[in-house]
Design a protein around this ligand. Structure first.
Ligand code: ATR
Length: 275
């Protein structure tokens, strides 16, 4: 019997994960099924236990259950612990649940592999200090930028992230927090990890943060470029939405479950046409 996986969330109908994983399975010749699973808002744990009992190999977790998934797991990977959230569950044969987080690795993979931008020695600006930003900090630092600045509307939350990750810095690496008003100078890479795009808004980043050499990436995606992407483009930056990150985090999960890394370029091109 082929092994079964799913993406679990609420709502879930819009999820592109089944299409992405089906393409990965075809490409790598893996025999697996991947479905959508709608969990009741008060029934995440029961839904996961039912998947384990039914012999599933694992599950991706999406909104609003990523924090609950971290609580539920018997063991967390280092990056899941650092993120405080889980987007990938692995069920082992003895019923144990391992929680991982592939979102940050997906972000870095999209920047370095798909966009072809090295982060090493660069100035990187991360906008936001919520769950999405927190998951990105460790993978971004591991790509060895010279500086990572976290800007947030609520400065205290950005300060707390800096405090949390200061011990993880490489030599000569700088990690700082600031308010949007205090963002100074141009950045090589600007990542919008705020949820502002969901409300068709954008964080108040100064135009000077962007220039012709800047890559501006919004973790969100949609039919049209987000306000953040439009603003960054008007300042001369190259822009990317979150679709590449979505495909890359899926590839990381697939690798974990199946031991094979799919080629993401083909499916990313296909999804881009369908968005
Ligand atoms: P997520 O899981 O998507 O990160 P979250 O944990 O609720 O969601 O965090 C949302 C982030 O977007 C926060 O950094 C939030 O800023 P505050 O900490 O000040 O609340 C940020 N955010 C949301 N809307 C924003 C807006 N219109 N402008 C700037 N930042 C915004």
């Amino acid at each position: 019997m082929s092994e079964r996986y799913c993406v679990i969330g609420n709502p879930i109908a819009h999820s592109k994960s089944p299409e992405i994983h089906a393409a990965f399975a075809r490409q790598t010749g893996q025999d697996m099924l991947y479905e959508r699973c709608l969990a009741p808002l008060d029934g995440f744990e029961a839904s996961v236990r039912a998947l384990v009992a039914a012999g599933y190999g694992g599950a991706n977790v999406t909104v609003p259950f990523k924090l609950q998934a971290a609580d539920l797991a018997d063991r967390l990977t280092e990056r899941a612990r650092a993120a405080g959230a889980v987007n990938t569950l692995m069920f082992n044969s003895s019923g144990g649940i391992i929680g991982d987080n592939t979102d940050g690795a997906g972000l870095v993979g999209d920047i370095t592999r798909n966009a072809g931008v090295s982060l090493e020695g660069k100035r990187v600006l991360l906008l936001g200090a919520g769950g999405a930003a927190r998951g990105a900090v460790l993978p971004l630092l591991a790509a060895l930028p010279a500086e990572l600045t976290i800007a947030n509307r609520t400065l205290a939350t950005a300060d707390a992230l800096v405090e949390r990750f200061t011990s993880q810095l490489a030599q000569d690496q700088r990690l700082a927090a600031c308010a949007f008003d205090d963002i100074a100078g141009q950045y090589d890479v600007v990542v919008n990890a705020t949820s502002a795009s969901l409300a068709d808004a954008m964080p108040p980043v100064p135009a000077g943060a962007f220039g012709p050499g800047t890559l501006a990436l919004d973790m969100m995606y949609g039919k049209a470029p987000t306000r953040f992407m439009q603003f960054a483009a008007s300042c001369g930056a190259a822009t990317r939405d979150g679709l590449g990150m979505l495909v890359e985090q899926a590839a990381e999960a697939f690798l974990l479950w199946r031991g094979a890394r799919p080629d993401t370029a083909e499916i990313l091109d296909r999804l881009r046409l369908a968005v």
